[in-house]
Design a binder for this molecule. Structure first.
Ligand SMILES: NC(=O)c1ccc[n+]([C@@H]2O[C@H](COP(=O)([O-])OP(=O)(O)OC[C@H]3O[C@@H](n4cnc5c(N)ncnc54)[C@H](OP(=O)(O)O)[C@@H]3O)[C@@H](O)[C@H]2O)c1
Length: 424
């Protein structure tokens, strides 16, 4: 019998309880012994729970963390504290740990893997990225033979839902966000999702594993989707693109590029068709080439699939700890965003006068910004809207060019600047 101590009984933990109960016989056959939830830590013991089982609840963490009969601690509280302290205590007390907590793994992975290694126990976190999508273990194990060049993905379901709704229903960001909050797809404080921080934590985990170097979320250039308008989405469509919040990291001359930002993605790119709350991650490496992982990136059922998968993995190897621990064995610095190169979509409002376009083209040329295409959209009164796509350009050159364009008397507004990503 393998005993589990569950920390938390919210959305994901409820799913874990259900799966362990509903698939009990099957799981027992796969593991070779029964898995039992011995105790569950909650904050409020009197809260009404949506579960038909008699559950062994407690509000005292020590009843779980200090219980020598408990083999695996499953942390599903979320946030940094007290979850981090509980995980540290569990590992120090010689217990395996499963967590879905991307914040903790992305920020404190190094110290936690150190503790796990010292204890000879496993710390698994499949559910921390991509919900039900298997990506952590495939990266660490199935793709271990590869040199990874690039990891790019749509890893936040809330923003993908919002962008899909804006695209399909031609609605503005604010309206769709309100609908998403009403439907439970966005939090009442949506910042972590829509400002890109959630995606940056997930990318930090993926890139650290893929490139074998520790990357902190704070090192990742992060931009959210608040500034995307229905006009940008419309122009993207006209030009053969869709707008996605993309997490992307790639190896460049021994250093790492890592960013989260909205991008123009060619309609034919495999990630362009990933819609609604779905997530997908594309990994490119040698010798595998390109592989893509797709599925539901959040929610009770998909996430509990990943958590219970980790529990089973540990239970199967309980006495033969595989120690698939920290794989960050080299130091590769993250490149400052200003030094990276990208193509850009730009939307500018300028005075509709002769010579203005030539002047703007001249400023771009001074900063080595080469224009791939330019379209003048229908003008309002004396205003012209310019929609440009550039060739590859260094970010800092683009910034300098835009600063000068903004200071030019005939420029009324730089309405949006969005990176263009993805070879088809
Ligand atoms: N929800 C998803 O779709 C999803 C997807 C991927 C990963 N995750 C990750 O999974 C983890 C859990 O998420 P969730 O959505 O299931 O969270 P949740 O619904 O908010 O549940 C949190 C649970 O933790 C308990 N809790 C909170 N603070 C506590 C404390 N100080 N002491 C004891 N118990 C405490 C709460 O107890 P009470 O019930 O008594 O209030 C609740 O049962 C997070 O790390 C999250 O990032 C979630």
């Amino acid at each position: 019998m393998i005993n589990i101590g569950l920390l938390g009984l919210g959305t994901v933990a409820t799913g874990v309880v259900e799966v362990l109960e509903k698939n009990q016989k099957n799981i027992e056959k796969k593991v070779g012994e029964a898995i039992k939830i011995k105790k569950i830590l909650v904050r409020d013991i009197n809260k009404k729970r949506n579960l038909p089982y008699n559950l062994p609840l407690t509000t005292k963490p020590e009843e779980i963390l200090e219980d020598s009969d408990i083999d695996i601690i499953v942390e599903l509280i979320g946030g940094e504290e007290p979850a981090l302290s509980y995980i540290k205590t569990a590992l120090t007390n010689g217990k395996h740990v499963v967590t879905a907590n991307k914040e903790i793994i992305s920020k404190h992975g190094k110290i936690l893997f150190g503790l796990a290694e010292k204890a000879g126990k496993n710390l698994l976190f499949e559910a921390s990225v991509g919900g039900g999508i298997p990506i952590i273990r495939p990266l660490k194990e199935c793709l271990a033979a590869n040199e990874i060049y690039e990891i790019m993905g749509i890893v936040n379901g809330t923003t993908n839902y919002i962008l899909t709704e804006m695209t399909e229903r031609k609605k503005e960001f604010g309206q769709v966000l309100k609908d998403a909050q009403r439907l439970g797809y966005a939090e009442s404080d949506p910042s972590a999702d829509i400002d890109g921080f959630d995606a940056a934590r997930k990318l930090a985990i993926l890139a650290s594993i893929g490139f074998n170097t520790r990357i902190n979320p704070a090192e990742i250039y992060t931009e959210g989707i608040r500034n995307i308008t229905s006009k940008d989405i419309l122009y993207a469509k006209e030009l053969g693109y869709v707008i996605k919040l993309l997490a992307v990291s790639r190896k460049r001359n021994g250093r790492i590029e890592a960013s989260v930002s909205p991008v123009f993605m060619p309609i034919k790119h495999p990630l362009a068709g990933v819609n609604d709350v779905y997530n997908a991650i594309m990994v490119t490496g040698y010798p595998v080439g390109r592989v893509m992982f797709f599925g539901r990136g959040a929610g009770k059922d998909p996430t509990s699939s990943a958590v219970v998968g980790d529990i089973i993995e540990i239970a199967r190897n309980k006495n033969n700890c595989k120690n698939v621990l920290c794989t960050c064995f080299v130091e590769k610095p993250v490149i400052n965003i200003g030094e990276t190169e990208s193509r850009f979509y730009l939307r500018l409002q300028v005075e509709d006068k002769p010579g203005v376009l030539a002047k703007i083209a001249g400023i771009f040329s001074n900063y080595n910004v080469s224009i791939h295409s330019v379209v003048q959209k229908s003008a309002e009164k004396a205003t012209a809207e310019l929609v440009l796509i550039t060739h590859m350009v260094k970010e800092k050159n683009m910034k300098l060019a835009l600063d000068e364009i903004l200071s030019y008397s005939q420029t009324l507004e730089v309405s949006n600047v969005i990176r263009v990503e993805g070879d088809v």
